[in-house]
Write a protein that binds this ligand. Structure first.
Ligand code: GLP
Length: 286
């Protein structure tokens, strides 16, 4: 695992968007594992901006989302299918048929979970998996006690998660009680994982996931087992890490990050972004 601490939320978002852009540019058959949540909204906004202003081409991409609420049809304003269509799919050149989420309204949910795993396999596996983290320590909706080898399945949402997502639904009792999620094992099968966390409210759970013991009580701690996992944080989310100076030292002395450090600073949403994606090709992909 490598931990990259950026000065602020915009810089952390920018780095994650650039990592995805690089994958889209350099891999002829990118298979993106995508996440939802408020943290990811600005990553997708940045990807859309790169598509519009810098010609980032998504036409060869296939995408698989981590999870979907049980019982919500795709056109429900709270469904993750709706979220993805709104924030990314409709705004870039990716065919809807190449974007996948579990179907939370399937008559046979177990069969749907198997079908979803099969689709990921047929695509050749996920090449880059984006992740957020919930207050319960979940990745996807892998709530506490999720087995590290778990596969796509139906899970009951933890009370912490229901509380965290209540503002989006207006009231806690409107939040669905269950969801389909890729398993921890499914996520760990991705070739590369990138987790983004921003804000002080994530500091405690990030410290436990990154520096704490491996435990199924915090699914994100399983990422310590992944051979190519990058955790990108802003200063606020890094606030409880004990070894942050060491992670900063690794990042600044690691030649593989030269491509990013050489990019001119980007101000997100200002329309002043003049850096070209060509800059990402300065160094061969790590
Ligand atoms: C939901 C998703 C998770 C995501 C989390 C973070 O629970 N199922 O995959 O990591 O939201 O949400 P936010 O970015 O809003 O904190």
């Amino acid at each position: 695992m490598e931990v990259v601490i950026q000065a602020n939320t915009d810089a952390a978002t920018e780095l994650v968007a650039r990592i995805v852009a690089r994958e889209v540019q350099t891999n002829p058959r990118p298979v993106l594992g995508l996440a939802t949540g408020r943290t990811m909204e600005s990553v997708y906004a940045r990807m859309v901006q790169m598509h519009r202003k810098e010609g980032l081409d998504f036409s060869a991409c296939r995408t698989f989302n981590l999870d979907e609420y049980v019982g919500l049809p795709g056109n429900d304003g709270h469904a993750y299918r709706h979220y993805m269509n709104h924030h990314l799919v409709r705004q870039v050149n990716i065919a809807l048929r190449n974007t996948h989420l579990p179907d939370g309204t399937a008559a046979n949910l177990e069969a749907e979970c198997e079908r979803y795993e099969g689709l990921i396999d047929q695509a050749g596996g996920i090449t880059l998996q984006l992740l957020g983290i919930g207050h319960s320590g979940h990745i996807g909706f892998n709530e506490p006690l999720s087995a590290f080898r778990s596969r796509t399945r139906v899970v009951a949402l933890a009370p912490t998660t229901i509380r965290q997502n209540a503002p989006i639904f207006g009231r806690a009792d409107k939040v669905p009680r269950s969801a389909i999620t890729m398993g921890v094992g499914t996520i760990l099968d991705g070739r590369r994982c990138v987790l983004l966390a921003t804000g002080e409210d994530k500091a405690e759970i990030i410290a436990r996931a990154v520096e704490g013991p491996l435990t199924s009580m915090i699914s994100a701690s399983a990422l310590q087992l992944h051979p190519d996992c990058t955790v990108v944080l802003d200063e606020a989310a890094a606030g409880r890490l004990k070894k942050s100076d060491y992670y900063r030292w690794i990042y600044t002395s690691e030649p593989k990050w030269d491509w990013f450090r050489k990019l001119p600073p980007v101000v997100i949403g200002s329309g002043r972004n003049t850096s070209s994606l060509e800059d990402c090709r300065l160094e061969p992909a790590p």
